[in-house]
Design a protein around this ligand. Sequence first.
Ligand SMILES: CC(C)(COP(=O)(O)OP(=O)(O)OC[C@H]1O[C@@H](n2cnc3c(N)ncnc32)[C@H](O)[C@@H]1OP(=O)(O)O)[C@@H](O)C(=O)NCCC(=O)NCCS
Length: 172
Amino acid sequence: MADKKFARESLTTMTEITFPNHTNGLNNLMGGWLMYWMDIVSAIAAQRHSESIVVTASVDNISFAEPISLGDVVTLKAQVTRAFNTSMEIHIEAWAENVLNKRKMATNKAFFTFVALDREGKPTRVPEIEPETDEEKALYHSALRRRQLRLILAGRMKPDDANELKAIFDMD
Ligand SMILES: CC(C)(COP(=O)(O)OP(=O)(O)OC[C@H]1O[C@@H](n2cnc3c(N)ncnc32)[C@H](O)[C@@H]1OP(=O)(O)O)[C@@H](O)C(=O)NCCC(=O)NCCS
């Protein structure tokens, strides 16, 4: 396996349609269905990057900016932002499209973290990420802060050790 891979090599897209069994009492897509689709599309992106079996370790910052209506086509896009040792952060974006009136809107974003496992089910190293575009570079650099915050909240990192995260609040 390569030591480094381009972020774009993990790009994964998925298209679904909102059927009645996906909706809540308001005839909008139920959040749980969207999270299910996000989990699948991001797992595939993580598998493409790591060329391994992966498991979801953390789910962060899922936003629901707009409701998605019954009948809307939902497109999800996932790509690895940065890989650490055995874990990878994936950025997911979703859009809803009414194909009848050609209305398309950005609806959701999230960051998922996956861990690659070896044949014995133990965490295993993954290739680094080489970002290319301005957006990929921005996501790559901010990924370190998001990782520090989630590891602090998970009780896996001491706040004192989170230098990049602390730098945001440094008022000097
Ligand atoms: C995720 C899991 C493999 C981590 O195992 P572990 O014994 O804690 O392993 P480690 O301490 O070596 O950590 C492995 C990686 O997981 C990351 N990790 C663990 N918990 C995390 C969390 N809450 N948030 C983000 N990353 C986390 C660590 O930072 C480490 O990443 P790194 O190697 O890039 O630094 C383990 O907790 C697990 O199997 N969880 C259940 C996963 C699952 O069932 N998901 C749903 C179905 S797919």
